[in-house]
Design a protein around this ligand. Structure first.
Ligand SMILES: [Zn+2]
Length: 208
């Protein structure tokens, strides 16, 4: 993909939008009120808007390696704060994907420099679910299961935030855990029991 082509594509996109609606960019410039916060992997194949069919203005997006939500990540925490407290999104989605390089790297013991502390978050997920993961003998199946469990634990990390706890008391908000099956392109809803997780962790993480 060359840079000149990107600018050409952009011009074509502007034309296409204006042909359909001459006020398209005027309306877009007036503000945003997305109902969805999507947190996914930076992987170039897992394109947030395209896989959901979301148009500009419909989804607030945060992506990083292996779709992690860390308390110490100022960027992710700011995104959650703004999306939940100010934009008042109704849905927070954590979307992982099979074939995730970040998850794969965390399953190996290679020293990856600056990536080590980041991938350690995934090793923590492994440790929490060690009994289940160690019982899976097929490596490919174990890898897929860690992708799913990582999504589940990142949902828990979202639920632990004060913004989501406050929003949950005041209005409708749901946290969803999804996986994109890179082999078929299909989205899988892990059907995480949001209410159950929230009640379960409240004993420890409850904030007044
Ligand atoms: Zn990935």
């Amino acid at each position: 993909m060359n840079i000149d082509q990107i600018f050409k594509n952009n011009q074509d996109w502007v034309q296409e939008k204006l042909t359909l609606d001459p006020n398209y960019f005027k309306n877009l410039s007036e503000g945003q009120s997305p109902e969805v916060l999507y947190i996914g992997c930076s992987d170039s194949r897992v394109t947030a808007e395209e896989l959901m069919g979301a148009k500009p203005g419909e989804a607030f997006i945060h992506r990083n390696i292996a779709n992690l939500v860390s308390n110490l990540d100022l960027s992710a925490m700011s995104v959650i704060n703004y999306a939940v407290s100010i934009l008042k999104v109704k849905h927070v989605i954590i979307c992982g994907h099979y074939g995730c390089g970040g998850i794969k790297a965390a399953m190996e013991s290679k020293d990856l420099g600056i990536l080590n502390p980041w991938l350690r978050n995934i090793r923590d997920v492994y440790r929490l679910h060690r009994a289940e993961l160690n019982s899976i003998t097929n490596e490919e199946e174990k890898y897929k299961r860690l992708v799913e469990l990582n999504v589940q634990e990142q949902c828990v990390n979202v639920i632990k935030t004060s913004e989501v706890q406050i929003a949950y008391r005041e209005r409708d908000i749901t946290v969803h855990g999804w996986v994109l099956d890179i082999h078929s392109g299909k989205l899988i809803d892990l059907e995480i029991d949001f209410d159950h997780i929230l009640k379960n962790i409240m004993e420890i993480y409850h904030l007044d």
